[in-house]
Write a protein that binds this ligand. Structure first.
Ligand SMILES: NC(=O)C1=CN([C@@H]2O[C@H](COP(=O)(O)OP(=O)(O)OC[C@H]3O[C@@H](n4cnc5c(N)ncnc54)[C@H](OP(=O)(O)O)[C@@H]3O)[C@@H](O)[C@H]2O)C=CC1
Ligand SMILES: O=C(O)C1=N[C@H](C(=O)O)C[C@H](O)C1
Length: 243
């Protein structure tokens, strides 16, 4: 039985995570939200799971390193400075960061990588996502993860080849670009499609999340898998043996 500390515990994912931790036979050691004492939570946990906000990330990593325990980061909307902090912390503790903890999306990313590698560069890649009206970041962490899988397969840098937020007179699509489009509305837990558009044909690989428990179950699996691993940066692909 592992003691899991939840960062963002009063949030939508925090609630799902409590349910998933109990269902898996583990224990919630406690939870924090804005202004909470994360160092104290870390001292009483075997692993931390963070579904909160980017602004909390550095303190969360610091607390995990201080307590010498692993941390799974599911929070999205991270920038380069957050990724640098994750790299640095992963020299001291196991850190798993991912835009999507579900089994289905982890497999989808694997399939996207395979498709992007096999289809020539004349197949345009577009990532389409839809989420609930409360989501604050775009493109979603999952959309970026899927775009990254395609970029990796093509040997290109994602940031340098991204087209997103098209509006007005945009000009033609840049050759080799990976496009992103984000829809927001209602209570959608998370829909993602990667469209490969070729000459006179299209392939679409999709995933639909029907509720947040799929993310929470994956997070519990990932966090418990991290306990006693060597200090390193991991992904859900490592957890599922797809790396
Ligand atoms: N990787 C994945 O599989 C998934 C990732 N996510 C991501 O997880 C994050 C949370 O999503 P969701 O639960 O829907 O969001 P919510 O807004 O419902 O919950 C966020 C929680 O984090 C808390 N919080 C905000 N700032 C801090 C802080 N500085 N320190 C500690 N806690 C803080 C909030 O508390 P307060 O109200 O006090 O501000 C709130 O309880 C998002 O980034 C989302 O994109 C979501 C689903 C799956
Ligand atoms: O904010 C959400 O809700 C979700 N966020 C993650 C993302 O940004 O991809 C994962 C999931 O799609 C739900």
């Amino acid at each position: 039985m592992a003691r899991i500390g939840i960062i963002g515990s009063a949030g939508r994912m925090g609630g799902a995570l409590r349910e998933a931790v109990a269902a898996a036979g583990h224990e919630v050691s406690g939870g924090v939200d804005k202004g909470g004492n994360v160092a104290n939570l870390a001292d009483n946990s075997d692993a931390l799971v963070d579904f909160s906000a980017p602004a909390a990330l550095k303190d969360n990593l610091y607390a995990a390193v201080g307590a010498g325990i692993p941390i799974l980061i599911g929070t999205t909307g991270l920038d380069e400075s957050h990724h640098a902090a994750i790299e640095s912390a992963s020299g001291a503790i196991p850190v798993l960061q991912t835009g999507n903890t579900s089994l289905g999306v982890t497999l989808l990313a694997h399939l996207v990588k395979e498709a992007a590698a096999r289809l020539g560069p004349d197949w345009d890649i577009e990532v389409l996502e839809m989420h609930h009206r409360m989501k604050v970041d775009a493109p979603s962490g999952t959309a970026l993860l899927l775009g990254e899988a395609a970029a990796e397969a093509r040997g290109i840098d994602l940031a340098a080849n991204t087209e997103s937020g098209r509006d007005g007179h945009t000009g033609a699509r840049a050759s080799g670009a990976i496009g992103f489009a984000a829809l927001r509305g209602g209570t959608v837990a998370g829909d993602h499609s990667v469209i490969f558009a070729g000459e006179q044909e299209r392939i679409t690989l999709s995933h639909s999340a029907e509720n947040r428990l799929i993310f929470a179950n994956g997070a519990v699996r990932g966090a418990t898998w991290l306990i006693d691993r060597e200090a390193k940066r991991y992904t859900m692909r490592d957890v599922l043996g797809l790396a």
